[in-house]
Design a protein around this ligand. Structure first.
Ligand code: NDP
Length: 248
């Protein structure tokens, strides 16, 4: 049977869990060859094995997106191994919530380096390949937090607002070259993201909030990415804001 992404190559960062993992599966099911990037290699290997067991093509590219040479290598390895690069999903992210007053500035730095600079550098490294193909799609995973600021989220808000600004400027630069951009802005999704929050009270209040509703699943977000990247070439889905129905 023929699928929408047969012959396409997709690279997903943050593929070792949550939204990234679900996105890899969804794109592989559409026929894309998939490259899996993150730091935790065993998780990537396990996911790649599952995809290959179902007849798909998967490549593991262990990557720390805060390391610029790792990012360059991630793009080059994917391109060399599969011969092209059609879809880059910049999904790797951390959410280290804490009030500014008590913030550990290392956490500010980590959020900027993963959520924002990592995404910018991956985009920069991929662009020449997409330009040469005259076609490509960059999907940037932002957040409701890229549009709405809130207490404890200052650093996270700064990075996600940054992702939104970067993506819109990028869109204006490259859309006439046939390269599409999509900004994905999820509300609350049940993943490992909350587990890394350093500030106990910020962590507790988020956990309570998540438990008060029926949150989105990673698969809900993967479907929105799948939708955006399987549209005909003349259709550019620029932005998808998606919240749990119970999220205010
Ligand atoms: P997870 O914690 O499950 O996934 C985060 C992913 O990012 C992991 O695969 C992790 O892999 C990867 N990552 C973190 N640091 C690095 C790094 N330095 N280099 C490479 N990869 C890294 O959470 P989600 O799936 O929820 O998060 C995915 C994206 O969705 C993030 O950008 C997040 O901000 C966004 N989002 C999530 C929401 C939610 O409610 N869950 C809401 C809105 C947006 P590893 O540790 O193996 O490196």
């Amino acid at each position: 049977s023929s699928e929408a992404l047969d012959g396409s190559v997709a690279l997903v960062t943050g593929a070792s869990s949550g939204i990234g993992e679900a996105t890899v599966k969804a794109l592989a099911e559409e026929g894309a060859s998939v490259a899996l990037a993150a730091r935790r290699e065993p998780q990537l290997r396990d996911l790649a094995d599952r995809i290959e067991a179902e007849g798909g093509d998967a490549l593991v590219v262990p990557t720390d997106v805060t390391d610029e040479s790792d990012v360059q290598e991630m793009i080059e390895t994917t391109h060399e191994e599969f011969g092209r690069l059609d879809i880059l999903v910049n999904n790797a992210g951390v959410m280290l919530l804490e009030p500014v007053e008590h913030a550990d500035t290392d956490n500010f730095q980590q959020m900027v380096e993963v959520n924002l600079l990592g995404l910018m550098n991956a985009t920069h490294a991929a662009l020449p390949i997409l330009q040469e193909q005259g076609q490509g799609h960059i999907v940037n995973v932002s957040s409701v937090a890229g549009r709405q600021a809130s207490t404890n989220a200052s650093g996270y808000n700064a990075t996600k607002f940054g992702v939104n600004g970067f993506t819109e400027a990028l869109r204006q630069e490259i859309t006439q070259d046939g390269i599409r951009t999509t900004l994905i802005e999820p509300g609350v999704v049940d993943t490992e993201l909350q587990e890394h929050i350093p500030n106990e009270s910020a962590k507790e209040s988020i956990e309570e909030w998540v438990e008060s509703m029926n949150p989105l699943t990673s698969e809900d977000i993967a479907r929105s990415i799948q939708y955006a990247v399987t549209q005909p070439q003349h259709v550019s889905v620029n932005e998808i804001l998606i919240r749990p129905t119970q999220q205010q």
